[in-house]
Design a protein around this ligand. Structure first.
Ligand code: DC
Length: 217
């Protein structure tokens, strides 16, 4: 079953890109970051510290997560909005450093590989989870551009935001995701690297769709 892997740092636009490509190909879509965010949210609620690997791995293995067109559900509760916050993103990045948490989520991610195919986005889709993906894209953009995009998204939603602190948080998250020992954020050797700093969403989607269709012919 073909997989298209789209990896990249926070706010690079990989989620929008992956969901648009999945829709146009009629493929399933896996937002792997949401699984790490669910672990972060569940751990916060359970009062487990971000460095307590054993209980966090147990929680990850038992996670009652459901993705549907209507939203993302944790033990039956719609947590779509709760997952979006920067605090949850930062905590997700911390728990994602733990090898046993990653191991607990590995098979679960692979189960999304179903007919007619899958588009998966994250940090290690092309390197660890789906190393045999037919197409691997590594999407980047400068910290400045990503912070501005995130700022605009938040302001449009009526959520207060500060550009300088968003920029600082993104740089910190990049550092943590890139430098960690377990499945760090690095392009797979066979990934196509795309810098979206000066490209519109439409242009990036168009380029990746073209590449995907060529690979799937
Ligand atoms: O894609 P995102 O920003 O929602 O992901 C949140 C955090 O989860 C990210 O900072 C690192 C972690 N993550 C990961 O380690 N591996 C993935 N495949 C996806 C996300």
């Amino acid at each position: 079953m073909p997989v298209i892997a789209i990896d990249g740092p926070s706010a690079s636009g990989k989620g929008t890109l992956a969901s648009r490509v999945a829709e146009s190909l009629g493929f399933h879509y896996l937002e792997s970051g949401a699984l790490y965010r669910l672990v972060a949210l569940a751990s916060m609620r359970a009062g487990i510290s971000e460095s307590d690997e054993e209980p966090l791995a147990g929680l990850s293995a038992r996670l009652d997560a459901r993705f549907s067109a209507g939203g993302i559900f944790l033990s039956g509760e719609d947590v779509t909005e709760a997952l979006r916050g920067e605090d949850i993103g930062n905590l997700a990045s911390s728990v994602a450093r733990l090898p046993r948490v990653r191991a607990a989520l590995l098979e679960r991610q692979r189960e999304y590989r179903q007919a007619p195919g899958l588009v998966a986005d994250g940090r290690d889709m092309g390197t660890v989870v789906f190393p045999d993906a037919v197409l691997k894209v590594f999407l980047t953009a400068s910290v400045q551009v990503r912070a501005e995009r995130r700022y605009k998204q938040l302001i449009d939603k009526g959520i207060g935001a500060n550009l300088a602190s968003l920029s600082r948080d993104l740089a910190e998250r990049d550092e943590r995701d890139t430098k960690r020992a377990a499945a760090p954020l690095v392009p797979a050797p066979d990934a196509v690297q795309l810098d979206s700093s000066d490209l519109s969403v439409e242009e990036v989607v168009r380029q990746v769709e073209q590449m995907a269709r060529r690979k799937l012919e």
